[in-house]
Ligand binder design. Structure first.
Ligand code: ZN
Length: 375
């Protein structure tokens, strides 16, 4: 048997011995997250929209690689509390800094999900820029997997399991039983200016759910008299975690879509249009300006910020503003409009200082502007 064949045989035996489920949302959850992400994308990203089935079919490839690649496993989680940076929210984006501080052996145990996610995002971007859609899709499927894993609360904590294996029961057995109740609703993906901060943000959100998950498990264990195969256990676990589990899957799907949109926009930014594949070539973007920027306004009666755009023909126009957490803070247009020049302004009276992202969708084209608010 060749070395490669032996590796595959070993992997197949290991897959048979250890269910894949211990490694993420289980196949079901990862399929849902990867396939639904395209719902949130503008039509320009047709490469991904046309290949939603590919993204679903390869949503667990990264887990299979763990059997043959010893460097893969650490990419799927972050035992956040083990890092001294946890309390101060000061994880460095530069991997060489954490590597120098903790060393490879420790990081392989603590996990490196946020850095690995950004590396994979970089790979999707580079493949799009080169016009290599095959590899872009493969890296995109992995990207969705890493985003999905980080939204599973037990992948964002050093308390990732207990002695009766809540990890597998929560992410696979429960999800498989209740998958018919899981539905992802369309939202609007947005451009992510700082991907590392974005990933850490959702990891902290996952980490905040760990105690709730454990208390739901304790209630379910008691109700089922510690029979972990009983329907009662799963019914109580599901009712105790349902609301945040549905929210985590929805967020994973939208956050994955936002990173795909970011890769696509960055690929276009730094390349010559002639290098782009037809699938991702963008037509001339609509004129869209925000001024003054930075702004200090408290509302439309003041100095701004004015948002101005021009459309050359009848189009469906959506104009929304998002904060750095990806939450929509304003929806300014969502209607079919005749050709012309349009002005609107953002009411900043309830906004805090910081960076915001204005996204203008004109039919299937998207333009974004970073907007800085100084209070
Ligand atoms: Zn995984």
């Amino acid at each position: 048997m060749s070395f490669r064949k032996r590796q595959i045989a070993v992997a197949l035996i290991l897959i048979a011995l250890f269910p894949l489920s211990v490694f993420g949302w289980g196949r079901t959850g990862h399929r849902i997250i990867n396939s639904s992400a395209v719902k949130h994308l503008p039509a320009d990203l047709s490469l991904f929209i046309r290949n939603a089935a590919y993204l679903a079919d390869h949503s667990s490839d990264a887990d299979y690689r763990r059997y043959t690649d010893s460097t893969e496993g650490r990419k799927h989680y972050l035992d956040m509390e083990n890092f001294s940076e946890y309390i101060s929210h000061s994880f460095p984006s530069d991997y060489s800094v954490v590597l120098a501080k903790y060393g490879e052996a420790t990081l392989s145990s603590y996990g490196i999900n946020p850095w690995a996610t950004v590396w994979t995002l970089d790979s999707v971007t580079a493949c799009l820029r080169r016009g290599d859609s095959t590899k872009a899709l493969a890296f995109a499927a992995d990207l969705g997997h890493y985003v999905g894993d980080a939204h599973q609360p037990l992948h964002a904590t050093r308390r990732y399991n207990n002695d009766h294996n809540v990890h597998t029961r929560y992410e696979t057995s429960m999800i498989d039983r209740y998958q018919s109740e899981i539905a992802v609703t369309p939202e609007i993906a947005h451009y992510v200016k700082d991907p590392f901060a974005f990933v850490l943000n959702y990891l902290y959100a996952s980490n905040a759910l760990v105690d709730s998950l454990y208390s739901a498990d304790a209630r379910a264990s008691q109700a089922a008299n510690y029979d972990y195969d009983s329907p009662t256990y799963y019914a109580v676990l599901w009712s105790g975690t349902r609301s945040f589990t549905l929210r985590q899957i929805q967020s994973a799907s939208v956050d994955f879509a936002s990173l795909l949109l970011t890769a696509w926009m960055n690929a276009q930014k730094s390349t010559d249009a002639g290098d782009l594949q037809p699938a991702i070539r963008q037509e001339s973007s609509p004129y869209f300006a925000v001024y003054p920027n930075p702004f200090r306004s408290t509302g439309c009666e003041d100095v701004g910020p004015v948002m101005e755009f021009v459309i050359g023909s009848q189009a469906l126009v959506k104009l929304s503003v998002f904060n750095v957490l990806g939450e929509r803070v304003a929806s300014l247009f969502d209607a079919p409009l005749p050709p012309g020049k349009y002005f609107t302004c953002l009411d900043s009276s309830r906004l805090t200082s910081g960076v915001y992202f204005a996204l203008l969708h004109v039919n299937d084209r998207t333009v974004s502007r970073n907007v800085i608010f100084l209070k």
